[in-house]
Each structure stands twice: as structure tokens, then as C-alpha cells.
Write a protein that binds this ligand. Structure first.
Ligand code: AHR
Length: 667
């Protein structure tokens, strides 16, 4: 019997293979609307996404909060006289001479509560320097003007010293090569007093300078003496010239993705490792010099210079709207709060929404947004309660969700509320659909699993809540993904796009990675960069192709001779994936085809219904010889979409190149 079954399966597979591969596009039945918010962005502070990435403030550890101290403790005392002498210095800062420049972290009389630390620097002679490493250098480019500031004062007497150390009267601030031998730009600061002063400075790179990241920011004494510094900043030019803004190249790359929304602030970054380090949005607005910052769960500190307003402006500047995740009382170490204890967090969420959409003249938080420079409310339709609360083993989420849901809907009935656990978990606590507007599903898979799930939404229950695929990625390649991952991504996007009546929103994660050694905490990311340059992975380009070429109606596609991949059946030899949309305004048809295997695949395409078709279609193709081929910081455009034309008609043939993603724009 078994033998007989096996034979039958083999024969039917063989028959399928012999049958010509054909797709029939039912243009007349293109009635279902493509979700207008299908493709968006997801972000959080991971892989040095903001600090050392998108955020244009370039000085790391600007308030000398973190010290490198091998002996532990604040002062770094040697445990005994035999232990070697070590230089205690601030993290990501160096001293040009570790014997003749001495530094001490100070906590007395700070500039404000948010910045409780400063650094007293004592130079034994002129010409010595305290040196900021930046985040693996600084981006030196001709004609660039950097704008900086620092708080500075003459140091007071310390502990049992009888008098204050003699101060330096001026400091040279310079961008130089790491070895100090080349100066790219410099300026002098003086006029120091006993009280803190905030001094601004500018550094302009000359027109003759070649691009380099071999750069450090030096604070050089013009004579022997001491000085005290804190909140030392240097800003690169920003996208749209925003103050405290975001990096131009990365913003341009995101704009190219035509995102309809930005999901923020996480991810795990929303929750934090513990309550103190959750994303506490109220600490992230106003003057950046007065933001305390906090520890990101990904192992480094965030200054929160990129805070709530900057997230909102980021969404606006790339043409999307915010999708805000509100802290919901659960943190990554497993602690949670519930009942009355959660009420302050619900109030925080309501205040946050008011900051985003409240009227500038009649609401408290709307007025603060106007004070911060954005009188117009931002558009907001979606609010997410927490992040990945299926990890909360206490079972508290359904109740926490309901409390947040009720409070938000009572005040803002127009908002759609997203749950981070599946509907069934909520249903068990009698939280009915449609109370759950959307469910956030996360999928991190390899390419093969993407193929096996590429028809997953075709048979989803259409009566339940809508799906927000809030984190997804094919995780192959490091630090950024390779072509195989792009193929998995594209297969998955055909599924989401074909089913965008149910899967209404989606966003890839993680978005960014700093490719310098130590920059990555999570492998297989979308966009890579160092301080100077950036590039898109093949997955990035696949997303550009999918989101740029998108109609507003789903075109039903019938496949013959193309085996459907499923969890039980993975016909790797013939992995072809497809989706089509049409534009109700201009009649254009966007057909997306994915050939996930290493052989060319012929396809017949039939257009049923619809009007006359122009004989040539625009063809956009992303392909590579090997699935492991990729882009990198040194080879950023190895795999990028190529444009050509394709002969088309109501019935035409096309051959899909091995390992390729193709978009046809048929008019
Ligand atoms: O995207 C990386 C992490 O994956 C996110 O922070 C978290 O939500 C998920 O587990």
C-alpha cells in the first residue's frame, strides 16, 4: 500500500513537472484592496542603530558616564601594590599620553540631574590631548561643517586638596587622524570660568580633503593645567537640516523603501532589561542636554538623543506615519506589574498618545510637542500594547492588554490597537474579536522555511483580527543578509502581498547594523554601515522593489505546473513564487516573480480580462550567480536591481534567471 502511495505521489509530481509552468492573472477579478499600509519599517536601538548609526551626534559617552576601570569601583584603585598600574579612562575616549594626561570622573555640582558626571582632565604639558574615538571614527568628507558644543569650567579643589588646580586658559579642538599626524579641521576655545559654561564650536573640512573615517576628536591643552568637561557633542549634517537630526544617507535609503509607517521604539528596546531601563518616553523629549539616557537591552547605553520627537519626525521625513509601541508593564527579566500598579503606565501611554496627536493649544502634552518644535499633530492610527508578551509566563498579558485597550479606546476610539500575543491567548480570557484589532506576528526563519510558509496566509481565518507582521526576516548572511535571504524574503512578501486583505502591515527587523567589529548584536540585518558609508543588503533591494512597485488591487493569480510549497511539501527544485497587483487609476499591473533555485525557469503568463497591453514592459531584476553572494561595506553594489524591458502581451513567455527576483510593470 505504502509503495503504491509513493508511486502515485512520484507520478503526480512528475506530471506537474512536465506541465508547462503557467500563471494566469485574472485582471477582471482584481477587486480586493491592497492594504495601503502594507510595507513599513521597524526600529529599535540594537546593533548601534542610533548611537553610532542613524543619530548624527558623533561623540560616544559624551558625559563620561561610563569609565573603563579594570579594577572595578568608581576610582579604579589597585587591589594591592603588586598589581600593575592601569589608566582609568572614559569608555571610547583615549589619552595621548597615559602618564602625562590624568583624568578623574567627577560627580560634584553637575550641569544638571540628567548628566551627573563630568571629567576633570589634567595635562602635564602643552600639546597633550584627551581624544574621543567617536563610534569607530568620524566621517571626514570635504566641505562638511560639524557643529559641536560642550560644558566646561575651571575645576574646583578636589577632596583634601588645599587649592584648585591651575586651569588651562584655552583648548584646541581638532579632528585629526587617529595617530594625530594629520589635522582635518581645528578651532580654539577659551573664556573658561569657575561656573559651568556651554560653549559652541564648529569644524569645517576643507574642499581638498579626501573621504576618510580615520579620524578622532582631540581636546588639546595649550599649556599645562586642568579643565573640566561634560556633555561634549559634535553633530554631522542631518537629513532636511533638522537640529538634533538623522543621518542623510540612511534616511535616503529608507525613503527609497517608500515606507508607510515606522514601528518604534522596539522590540526589546521598548521593554528594557528591567523597569529602570524601559523606554521611558518622557525622559526622551526636550533639550537633549537634559535627557538622562538609559541602558539598552542590547548591551550599551543610549543617550536618548534620538527620542520620541525624533522618531516621529523620522517617520514624517521618510513619508510614513508612526506606529507606536507603548510600554505595557512587562520587562525582559520577566518582571511584570498588573492591576492598580499598572495604572501609572497606562497614564504614560495616554500622555504619549497626547504628545503625538494632541492639540497644541488645548492639551498639555500637545503643547509640549509644539514647544519642542512641532505644533502640528502627527498622524496616528495604530498603537501597540507592549512587545512579544508571549514571553510573559505569568499570564498577565490578557488583563494588562484589556486595561490599556479600554483606557486608550475610551479616549481615542479612532485608534486601532495591536496585541502582541495571538488571539487565542486573549480569547481564553474572554477578550473577544473585534476588541483585538490586530495581532503582531513575528517570523525569523531561514530561506527554506520562508518557502514552506509562502502560502501560509492563503488559508488564514478571514473572520479574526487582522495581522501585523511586525518583525520578520530571512536570517541568512552576516552582518547583512545575502541573496538567499533576499529570495526567502521575496517569497514571504509574495504571501503577505497576495493576502494583504488580512496581513495589513509588515516590517522587517532589524533594520540596521554597524558593521565595525563589536557593532553587531543580531546577525542578518537589512542595512549596513560604518561611520562614513552605508549599503543595502540584497534583502533591502528586494524590499525596495516590492514596496515601490505596488498597485492598489490584488490580482488573483492561478498557477498551473508550479508546485505549491507547504510545510509538508517542499519542492525545492521548482520553487517559484508570485503575486500581482494592479493600479485602479492607471491600469498598470505589477507582477512579481521569484525563482529561488539555481536553474532558469520558463514561465507562461496569461492576462485574462483587462484592456490592451503595451508590447513592452519595464523589467526590474535582482539576481546573483550564487545564493551566498552578497553586498558589503567594501562591495556595496555587488547585487542591485537592474532595469531592462520585457516583451509582453495578453499571453507571453518569460524565463526567470536562476536565483532571481523579477518585477514586471505591464501597461
Ligand atoms: O529584532 C530583534 C529582536 O527580536 C527584537 O528586539 C525582539 O522583539 C525580537 O525578539
Amino acid at each position: 500500500m505504502k509503495k503504491f502511495l509513493l508511486m502515485a505521489v512520484m507520478l503526480s509530481t512528475h506530471a506537474l513537472l512536465l506541465q508547462a509552468q503557467q500563471l494566469t492573472l485574472r485582471l477582471d477579478n482584481a477587486g480586493t484592496e491592497v492594504s495601503p499600509v502594507l510595507y513599513g519599517l521597524m526600529t529599535e536601538e540594537i546593533n548601534y542603530s542610533y548611537e553610532g548609526g542613524l543619530y548624527t551626534q558623533l561623540v560616544a559617552n559624551p558625559s563620561f558616564t561610563d569609565m573603563v576601570n579594570p579594577w572595578g569601583g568608581r576610582r579604579g584603585r589597585r587591589p594591592n601594590a603588586d598589581a600593575p598600574r592601569v589608566t582609568v579612562r572614559p569608555e571610547r575616549w583615549q589619552l595621548t599620553d597615559t602618564l602625562k594626561v590624568r583624568v578623574r570622573q567627577n560627580r560634584q555640582d553637575p550641569i544638571n540631574k540628567a548628566n551627573p558626571t563630568s571629567l576633570v582632565v589634567s595635562y602635564e604639558q602643552a600639546g597633550l590631548g584627551l581624544v574621543s574615538e567617536g563610534f569607530w571614527g568620524f566621517p571626514i568628507r570635504k566641505n562638511t561643517t560639524f557643529k559641536g558644543a560642550l560644558y566646561v569650567r575651571k575645576p574646583a579643589a578636589f577632596n583634601n586638596e588645599s587649592s584648585a588646580p591651575s586651569p588651562v586658559s584655552s583648548l584646541t579642538i581638532a579632528l585629526k587622524s587617529a595617530d594625530g599626524s594629520t589635522t582635518y579641521a581645528e578651532t580654539q576655545l577659551n573664556g573658561f570660568t569657575n561656573a559651568w559654561k556651554r560653549l559652541e564650536y564648529q569644524l569645517t573640512i576643507p574642499a581638498t580633503q579626501a573621504d576618510t573615517k580615520d579620524a578622532r576628536l582631540f581636546f588639546i591643552a595649550d599649556q599645562a593645567g586642568s579643565i573640566e568637561l561634560t556633555r561634549v557633542t559634535l553633530y554631522a549634517p542631518s537629513f532636511k537640516d533638522r537640529k538634533n537630526g538623522l543621518r542623510v544617507d540612511l534616511m535616503e535609503m529608507m525613503a527609497e523603501m517608500h515606507p508607510k509607517f515606522l514601528r518604534f521604539p522596539g522590540g526589546n528596546y521598548l521593554e528594557g532589561n528591567n523597569f529602570a531601563n524601559r523606554f521611558d518616553w518622557k525622559q526622551t523629549i526636550g533639550n537633549p542636554d537634559e535627557r538622562p539616557g538609559h541602558q539598552s537591552p542590547w548591551g550599551y547605553r543610549s543617550t536618548d538623543g534620538l527620542g520620541l520627537l525624533e522618531f516621529l519626525q523620522w517617520a514624517e521625513d521618510v513619508g510614513g506615519e508612526p506606529v507606536v509601541g507603548v510600554f505595557a508593564g512587562y520587562v525582559l527579566n520577566g518582571d511584570h506589574l498588573d492591576g492598580d500598579y499598572i495604572k501609572p503606565f497606562i497614564q504614560d501611554a495616554l500622555d504619549e498618545i497626547e504628545y503625538i496627536i494632541g492639540d497644541a493649544s488645548t492639551t498639555k502634552w500637545g503643547a509640549l510637542r509644539a514647544r519642542d518644535g512641532h505644533p502640528q499633530p502627527f498622524p496616528l492610527h495604530y498603537v501597540e500594547i507592549g512587545n512579544e508578551d508571549f514571553f510573559d509566563r505569568s499570564g498577565s498579558y490578557p488583563n494588562r492588554f484589556k486595561m490599556f485597550y479600554d483606557a486608550i479606546k475610551a479616549r481615542y476610539p479612532q485608534l486601532q490597537i495591536i496585541s502582541t500575543v495571538g488571539f487565542n491567548a486573549l480569547k481564553s480570557k474572554d477578550i473577544p474579536n473585534p476588541v483585538v484589532d490586530l495581532i503582531d506576528e513575528h517570523y525569523y526563519r531561514n530561506a527554506n522555511d520562508m518557502y514552506r510558509n509562502a502560502f501560509q496566509y492563503d488559508s488564514y481565518d478571514r473572520t479574526g483580527p487582522k495581522i501585523f507582521c511586525g518583525e520578520w526576516a530571512t536570517r541568512e548572511g552576516s552582518p547583512t543578509t545575502n541573496m538567499n535571504a533576499a529570495l526567502g524574503d521575496a517569497a514571504w512578501m509574495t504571501c503577505m502581498e497576495r493576502n494583504s486583505d488580512i496581513c495589513v502591515m509588515s516590517c522587517y527587523a532589524p533594520l540596521f547594523v554597524n558593521v565595525e567589529p563589536g557593532g553587531m548584536q543580531w546577525e542578518s540585518d537589512l542595512i549596513g554601515y560604518d561611520v562614513l558609508n552605508s549599503y543595502g543588503s540584497p534583502s533591502y533591494w528586494a524590499q525596495v522593489m516590492f514596496s515601490k512597485y505596488l498597485g492598489d488591487r490584488i490580482v488573483p493569480v492561478e498557477a498551473t505546473g508550479i508546485p505549491k510549497q507547504t510545510l509538508d511539501r517542499n519542492d525545492e527544485a521548482n520553487a517559484v513564487f508570485y503575486t500581482a497587483t494592479s493600479d485602479s487609476k492607471d491600469g498598470k499591473v505589477y507582477l512579481k516573480l521569484v525563482n529561488a533555485v539555481g536553474k532558469a525557469q520558463p514561465l507562461n503568463i496569461k492576462l485574462e480580462g483587462g484592456k490592451k497591453v503595451k508590447s513592452k514592459a519595464k523589467k526590474i531584476e535582482l539576481k546573483s550567480a550564487q545564493p551566498t553572494d552578497t553586498n558589503s561595506i567594501d562591495n556595496p553594489r555587488n547585487i542591485v536591481p537592474q532595469e531592462s524591458t520585457q516583451k509582453v502581451g495578453k499571453d507571453f513567455a518569460i524565463t526567470l534567471a536562476p536565483y532571481s527576483i523579477t518585477v514586471l510593470v505591464i501597461e
